[in-house]
Design a protein around this ligand. Structure first.
Ligand code: PEP
Length: 256
């Protein structure tokens, strides 16, 4: 299975020049570390900028593109087009060259009233145009992980077929660990990941559950990243704040 390193730029940077510079640092960094063994290591780096910077990244990746670096968006709407002022559809993202879309990020649940029901509609809609969703789940401080995550999985994945599941990535992101410099320790995160696998086995089957990459996200940096991949053997990382520092993001990729 591939190892995924995903950078979520959130609502940053605020100018095109800064976005270009950040992407340039990441692209050059990857080219430098990209050796004959890169392919064998099977690492996929995914950059998820705000919608407005997607065209410039798309142009760069399509013009100079090389294996192992692709891009995605941080959200999408559930309809493909129509009278929905302000929305961005999965079809638009697909036509721009996006491969992935983050769906159900806790910041969208918190600030934009995203529910398991809207997350489910967005997942179904992304699958329709073959965008690969990065489906975020995780409990808030004081909540029981198993109760919250099980419900997010059952309701979020309602109606999603086995064949579609093969294009899904799940990111376990405990809300209390996001942007707090208080990461969930690898052994604890691994317990949540095993719980997610168990739930997927119950909802689908064991073979399928084993095929779905499950990543960790929350206060990752260039020092702690390797513990999740090399020791806890996770399938990848969703990196927020640290992905805004191109040098640090490259160090994370190097470390794993
Ligand atoms: C995120 O936004 O998905 C995230 C994990 O953020 P941070 O790395 O800043 O905790």
């Amino acid at each position: 299975m591939k190892t995924f390193i995903i950078g979520n730029w959130k609502c940053n940077p605020t100018t095109q020049a800064q976005a270009e510079q950040l992407f340039d640092t990441v692209e050059k960094g990857i080219k430098r570390i990209k050796s004959a063994s890169w392919r064998n290591k099977n690492i996929e780096v995914v950059i998820c900028p705000p919608f407005v910077w997607l065209p410039l990244i798309s142009a760069s990746v399509c013009a100079k593109g090389f294996g192992g670096l692709v891009f995605g968006s941080q959200d999408c709407f559930w309809e493909q087009s129509g009278t929905y002022t302000g929305e961005i559809s999965p079809t638009m993202l697909k036509n721009l060259g996006c491969s992935y879309v983050i769906i159900g990020h806790s910041e969208r649940r918190k600030y934009f009233n995203e529910t398991n029901e809207t997350v489910n509609k967005k997942l179904l809609s992304a699958f329709k145009v073959r965008l690969k969703p990065i489906f975020c789940v995780g409990e808030q401080e004081g909540e029981e992980m198993s109760l919250v995550v099980k419900n997010q999985l059952i309701e979020g994945l309602s109606g999603i077929k086995r064949t579609q599941m093969r294009n899904l990535i799940i990111a376990y992101e405990p809300v209390w660990a996001i942007g707090t410099e208080n990461p969930c320790q690898p052994n604890e995160a691994m317990k949540a990941i095993l719980f997610i696998k168990k739930t997927l086995s119950e909802l689908y089957n064991r073979e399928l559950a084993e095929e779905i990459p499950i990543l960790y996200g929350g206060s990752l940096n260039s020092k702690n990243a390797k513990d999740y991949i090399k020791e806890a053997k996770m399938n990848g990382l969703l990196v927020g704040g640290t992905s805004l520092d191109g040098g640090e993001f490259i160090k994370i990729i190097k470390s794993v």
